[in-house]
Unconditional design. Structure first.
Length: 125
């Protein structure tokens, strides 16, 4: 089995697991993008069901390989010594990335839900 066989994608307007990429702005030579899981339909963020991380990749036009831009980890999901969802800290599955790309290419975001696995979204920049 290939890893790609385990990665799902769907229309983010109907699926809460898709890590949607949006260009926030250009800052000189740099691009700033936001990646959010649950853009249209909020994803639960509970001790039992949560997004653990988002990875962002870039593949420049004509490049042979994809490059890893970074990862955002989300560690607080309401857990506490008093029990599940009794804590007072929750991280939201949203992150921003700032990078300098010297040519057009494609961004791919991959997120991981502890129950529903890997999800991806791609966009051209």
């Amino acid at each position: 089995m290939s890893l790609s066989d385990s990665i799902k994608n769907a229309d983010f307007k109907a699926e809460k697991h898709v890590p949607v990429i949006e260009v926030i702005r250009k800052d000189g030579d740099y691009t700033i993008v936001g990646v959010k899981v649950g853009k249209e339909i909020p994803h639960p963020n509970t001790t039992e069901h949560f997004i653990a991380w988002i990875d962002l990749y870039y593949k420049g036009e004509g490049d042979k390989f994809i490059q890893h831009l970074g990862r955002a980890d989300f560690s607080a999901h309401g857990a506490s010594a008093e029990g599940a969802n009794q804590g007072d800290l929750y991280t939201e599955p949203s992150a921003s990335f700032r990078f300098k790309a010297l040519k057009p290419g494609k961004l791919t975001a991959v997120s991981y839900c502890n129950i529903h696995g890997l999800w991806e979204y791609e966009t051209d920049i």
